[in-house]
Design a protein around this ligand. Structure first.
Ligand code: HEC
Ligand code: HEC
Ligand code: HEC
Ligand code: HEC
Ligand code: HEC
Length: 183
């Protein structure tokens, strides 16, 4: 009798541990995989090869126009200065040149930081800050990090959350009235 009880008790403890483990696996591993779909950039573009290897400055490709507006991403016009024809052995370069540049198609880059449509953001007002204040530090990357798209909202996992915008605004005495960011 006594032995039976011990066996039953430890069976219960094991079942409990198994339950905890299952919850952890679902919560930390499976749920994020179900919620986010992983996507790769259409072209494996290396910031390092261009910034370090070619000695290019950030604002060769990402610059503020004279009127203060932000040009955002470079287009084929910029890339074509060097990539009119395939020059190296890298298949990513060949893909860019033959499937995009020579076809006259712009690359549909995925933007880690894109905001929902109801949010108004302009780089103008934020020129004083370093890019990495708000963006992942891509400059040191040899290949772009994966992009995680939230299957429910459709937005990037790296989209800056409202509380982060508001925290910096509060610290700098910028208004946090809803209409400042939601038009
Ligand atoms: C030769 C052109 C080129 C240069 C020079 C360049 N970039 Fe980029 N950058 C790109 C392209 C193309 C993308 C889009 C693909 C990607 O995200 O890797 C991009 C994306 C980015 C993004 C991502 C925005 C987002 O949220 O998706 C940031 C931030 C960025 N670059 C910062 C920098 C910084 C900082 C430097 C200088 C150290 C720099 N870049 C130099 C071409 C360039
Ligand atoms: C100043 C010249 C220059 C400009 C401008 C330039 N590249 Fe490059 N790029 C290079 C060189 C040099 C290499 C290395 C060549 C090789 O593959 O052997 C390279 C490599 C690449 C590669 C291979 C993978 C990698 O990043 O190493 C891709 C893809 C690429 N470039 C795309 C682009 C795109 C897209 C733009 C515009 C946003 C661009 N490049 C602008 C010079 C340039
Ligand atoms: C105060 C935060 C902040 C800073 C600083 C900042 N960005 Fe952004 N960036 C954003 C947000 C937010 C978006 C998304 C805008 C949207 O969805 O309309 C964005 C979008 C972008 C895009 C996508 C194309 C576009 O124009 O929307 C690029 C490229 C980019 N940023 C590069 C940079 C670079 C390079 C720097 C540094 C010179 C920089 N950003 C500084 C917050 C910032
Ligand atoms: C690191 C600090 C910082 C972060 C992060 C930040 N902001 Fe700002 N923002 C400022 C400052 C400072 C100003 C005031 C600039 C000025 O008046 O010249 C400002 C001004 C603004 C304005 C008013 C600009 C105008 O043209 O009237 C808007 C809109 C705005 N921010 C939206 C956002 C959004 C949306 C986010 C998050 C995605 C964000 N900001 C994140 C510091 C920040
Ligand atoms: C400094 C900029 C800023 C201010 C001020 C601000 N928001 Fe936001 N809001 C954002 C950003 C960025 C997002 C998207 C990211 C997120 O969901 O956190 C957002 C998202 C939201 C959402 C979710 C919408 C969606 O599509 O998921 C609601 C609701 C919202 N805000 C309401 C408000 C209200 C109400 C106020 C005023 C009390 C306010 N916000 C003030 C920047 C701001």
């Amino acid at each position: 009798m006594k032995e039976m009880q011990i066996v039953r008790q430890s069976g219960g403890a094991l079942a409990f541990l198994a339950g905890v483990l299952a919850a952890l696996v679902i919560g930390w591993w499976i749920f994020p995989q179900v919620l986010f779909s992983k996507q790769e950039q259409p072209i494996r573009f290396s910031h390092q090869v261009h910034v370090v290897g070619q000695d290019m400055a950030c604002d060769d490709c990402h610059f503020y126009r004279e009127d203060g507006s932000f040009a955002g991403l470079p287009t084929n016009e910029k890339c074509g200065e060097c990539h009119e024809d395939v020059m190296g052995e890298d298949p990513a370069e060949e893909k860019y040149v033959t499937e995009y540049y020579q076809e006259g198609k712009e690359v549909p880059w995925l933007i880690y930081q894109y905001q929902p449509d109801n949010v108004y953001f302009s780089h103008n007002a934020h020129q004083q800050y370093d890019c990495t204040e708000c963006h992942p530090n891509l400059a040191d990357n040899d290949s772009p990090p994966p992009y995680y798209r939230n299957r429910i909202s459709g937005y990037s996992k790296d989209t800056m959350k409202m509380w982060r915008c508001e925290r910096c605004h509060a610290q700098n005495h910028v208004s946090n009235a809803c209409y400042v960011c939601h038009k």
